[in-house]
Design a protein around this ligand. Structure first.
Ligand code: GLC
Length: 745
């Protein structure tokens, strides 16, 4: 027996040494050595200049490596929706490469609206493959800033008004990206909820609000998603710039949460030499010499963490303590990405990515209203569909700011509907209104000519005339990522539809047999015309396949399961922001920066409307299906739970309609005996469940004390108070279907 064992061991040893040729190079170059050993081995070989060099940009989208040691430079790329075209070394304009037309995936708000974690993983994997194929190491996304106001210009790039939804939806995206050896750089950390004066605005937020509303999604990305990078935001928080904010970066992110990746500044977000060194910034990216203004040849030497840092080290102002921490994090990122153990090469603009873009976008389209089963479209053979609106044809992957993309093609709604009907129906288009006729951004052009000099009256008359004999009229309007219309660096100026669209809708409502309104936007639009319209659909900037995705839902090929990731109020004034001080902020005598006071505290979105019992047009979480669902038998597995334990709560959901469909079962927790003011209920669980017609399933959630807690700022800890709690099973924040009570002992 003994002999056999010895022989087996020898065979294993022989096999092992043959399968892995002994690496005799330096440890840091050994792909199979533990990352931390590679980090330490590289660090000791680097000179002071090489270490400092790694902490700043060397071009628009790259930061230094160590050529002498064969450690590659780090390539960063926008953005959250697709891989930005190559830009010139020092310019924002595209470089004119012919191999960088990417897959444009749906805007992140569209992904959030799917409430589907599988879709988020598919998204992350797909965009991660494209980043890898383009040899990018850090993807500058996803963005997860909470929708505090529907006016924020970048809501379309984020994941809605609820921290739990954003947190649960960002984790799979981050994991999917990083499976490809690409770092997700979650942004913009933190309390960056407006574009107005974004580099000069100080967010004044109390700790409870910070921990309950504005941090949870970032915490989930770091602790559950294991994000390898975080981007500091342009604004200040409690008086310090966020690219070097001690409390956010050192105390919370790297301290409380144990983040071991890199903090990258927003472009030009670093504003101070000493704070940059001491407060947790690891890579300073930017545009100009001092980050924000002006340019000079090799301006990068003037960056706060370039020559000024080197001088500070040489003069003894700084030790290498902070520098070594920064460089360890940068090296760790490199050994996770470009120098990762297992080389893979990604994929780019492949059919699977186009299909993913289409499926994700369709899964996030929200059916808001559907009177008399206006939808799905039921067009008689040889019937006529009239499409009205500029967004029927306007290609919107181009524009919007840094998430701007160059794609090989973009299917607009006109093409999508025509693809769906072929010659079975006449599909015609009337402009209806003229909005934004620009077609290019950073030298990327859609190739369209949207010029139209006709008057609104003429345009409306044309549309009304064409509507008279149409079986369906589908108005496709909304916003368009141009200035003030869902756009980086400018906020919206109102939440009503721009460009006179309401007049067009009302004129069509007078004559249309079946009127469907599709609102394309990245944030809530007021809909005073809602009662005059048979069906309303919330569409999104759906990316390359947006027109096909919309057609899939309108025709019924896809049964809609999208749910609103934000509340749609009747009017802006109903919302929680009542003063200039809250938004856009105030700048009083002596203030160096604008001061935005988050006086509404935790009462953001449905937390406000719901708790204050203010009716809304459509609540957070709302969305209809082409089938119907019934909830029953809600129960808690036990009558009580302890703070250290968990409790299962469940509800039965049946598909009571005549076609298969998916329901997003939402779990909200109410704390009726709380000793402090708390929102009436808060989202603490959701599950997408597919049900065949007539099928019933039990959906179960496991609750723990964290789901019951509020943040006690005085004690700086989460607190779950003993007493009664309610598990509310809902179709939306405004539509609780069943509930189960239980007690926390
Ligand atoms: C922009 C954006 C940020 C983007 C970066 C690089 O200003 O705020 O989201 O990733 O700069 O383009």
């Amino acid at each position: 027996m003994k002999k056999t064992i010895i022989m087996a061991a020898a065979a294993l040893a022989l096999a092992a040494c043959c399968s892995q040729p002994k690496f005799d190079g330096p440890t840091y170059l050994n792909p199979n050595a533990p990352v931390e050993e590679r980090v330490e081995d590289a660090l000791v070989r680097m000179t002071l200049e090489e270490k400092v060099g790694m902490t700043t940009a060397q071009s628009k989208f790259s930061s230094r490596g160590v050529p002498r040691l064969g450690i590659p430079e780090v390539w960063h790329t926008d953005g959250p929706h697709g891989i930005r075209p190559e830009v010139l070394w020092d310019e924002w304009d595209q470089a004119g490469w012919t191999n960088d037309s990417c897959t444009a995936f749906p805007a992140l708000i569209n992904l959030a609206a799917t409430w589907d974690k599988e879709m988020s993983l598919l998204y992350g994997r797909s965009i991660g493959e494209e980043a890898r194929y383009r040899k990018k190491d850090i993807l500058l996304g996803p963005g997860i800033n909470i929708c505090r106001t529907p006016l924020n210009g970048r809501n379309f790039e984020y994941m809605g008004e609820d921290p739990y939804l954003a947190g649960q939806m960002v984790v799979p995206y981050v994991k999917g990206v990083q499976e490809n050896g690409v770092a997700a750089c979650v942004k913009h950390y933190a309390v960056n909820n407006q574009e107005f004066q974004r580099t000069q605005s100080n967010s004044v937020v109390d700790d409870r609000t910070l921990y309950e509303i504005y941090l949870p999604a970032f915490k989930a990305a770091v602790q559950e998603g294991n994000a390898w990078a975080i981007m500091g935001s342009y604004n200040l928080y409690n008086g310090q710039f966020n690219c070097h904010n001690k409390k956010l970066l050192v105390d919370i992110l790297k301290g409380e949460w144990g983040f071991d990746g890199v903090v990258v500044s927003d472009w030009g977000g670093c504003r101070d030499d000493e704070e940059a060194v001491l407060n947790g910034l690891d890579i300073e990216m930017g545009t100009w010499t001092n980050g924000l203004t002006g340019a000079a040849s090799d301006g990068y030497r003037n960056y706060h963490m370039a020559d000024p840092y080197l001088e500070g080290l040489r003069s003894g102002k700084y030790t290498t303590k902070e520098l070594d921490d920064k460089v360890r994090r940068i090296l760790r990122t490199i050994f996770r990405t470009s120098m990762r153990p297992e080389p893979n090469y990604g994929r780019f603009v492949c059919p699977e990515h186009y299909q993913a873009a289409r499926d994700i976008s369709a899964a996030g389209v929200v059916l808001l209203k559907n009177d008399n089963n206006t939808l799905p479209l039921n067009v008689p053979e040889g019937g006529k569909i009239l499409l009205v609106g500029e967004n029927v044809v306007k290609k919107m992957v181009v524009g919007g700011g840094s998430s701007n993309l160059k794609t090989a093609y973009e299917v607009n709604p006109l093409e999508g509907i025509r693809n769906a009907y072929g010659d079975k129906a006449e599909v015609v288009w009337a402009r209806g209104y003229v909005g934004d006729t620009s077609t290019s951004y950073n030298a990327v052009d859609t190739g369209q000519d949207l010029t139209d000099n006709r008057s609104p009256e003429v345009l409306i008359a044309e549309a009304v005339e064409a509507a008279k004999d149409a079986d369906y009229v589908i108005f496709v309007g909304g916003l368009n990522k141009s200035a003030h219309q869902d756009n980086e660096s400018t906020d919206r100026l109102q939440i009503t539809l721009p460009y006179g669209q309401e007049k067009v809708i009302e004129a069509l409502a007078e004559v249309a047999k079946n009127l469907v309104v599709v609102n394309i936007s990245g944030s809530a639009v007021a809909m005073p015309w809602a009662d005059k319209v048979g069906a309303i659909v919330q569409g999104w900037y759906g990316g390359t396949e947006t027109g096909n995705a919309l057609a899939d839902v309108l025709t019924g090929k896809v049964n809609p399961s999208g749910r609103l990731p934000f509340s749609v109020p009747f009017c802006y004034e109903d919302g929680p922001i009542k003063t200039e001080r809250q938004y856009p902020g105030i700048k009083e005598e002596g203030d160096e920066y604008w001061q935005t006071h988050y006086d509404e505290g935790v009462y953001v979105g449905y937390r406000w409307y719901d708790t204050k019992e203010i009716p809304v047009q459509f609540p957070f979480g709302h969305g209809l299906s082409y089938t119907t669902f019934e909830y029953s038998n809600a129960k808690a597995a036990k009558p009580s739970m302890t703070a250290a334990g968990t409790l299962k709560v469940s509800v039965d959901v049946a598909n009571t309609g005549d076609r298969d469909g998916s329901e997003i079962v939402q779990l909200y927790i109410a704390d009726p005996e709380a000793s402090i003011d708390r929102p009436a209920k808060e989202l603490k669980g959701f599950e997408k469940v597919f049900l065949k017609a007539g099928e019933k399933k039990t959906v179960t959630f496991e609750i723990d004390a964290e789901n019951l807690s509020w943040f006690n700022a005085e004690k700086h800890e989460w607190t779950a108070e003993p007493g009664e709690f309610k598990a509310l099973f809902a179709r939306s924040a405004g539509d609780v279907q069943a509930e189960a009570s239980f007690e926390l002992k």
